[in-house]
Design a protein around this ligand. Sequence first.
Ligand code: 5GP
Ligand code: ZN
Length: 140
Amino acid sequence: MSCIFCRIVDGDLPSRTVYESSEALAFLDANPLTKGHTLVVPKDHYETVGDLPPEAAGAVFEAVSAVTPRVEAAVDADATTVAVNNGEAAGQEVPHTHVHVVPRFEGDGNGPIHRLFSARPSLSDAELDDIAAAIRDVEV
Ligand code: 5GP
Ligand code: ZN
């Protein structure tokens, strides 16, 4: 099996596990963005958020909700950025869904997720209506 996060879940690769439930696992990121940077993964292999069945999606967010205050307390963080790089074009490097829980500190200068996006589109009300309708109408 080549997926590194599946191998971590299976215990074939070492990890600094910080939280575990029946369907989710949380462990420290090997290359932390800040101290305490933690990853939360479903134990089963799903590549992207949209691939998660409802039980796994629930289990992952339950684990995120449980682990985030623990991470904040452990490293005395003021906040956390909780984020997913969902798909290769969004920067996902490990193709096993994972939620980043990144501790944040007053004045750390790293900014909000909004800072990732330099050129915002200017959309009319009609265009926004069309986009909302298009999203509603997709059959999955
Ligand atoms: P992505 O870019 O896919 O959202 O993030 C992948 C994350 O996984 C990166 O932050 C990277 O540091 C982390 N990572 C990659 N390989 C390993 C590993 O073998 N062990 C752990 N604990 N983290 C890893
Ligand atoms: Zn996997």
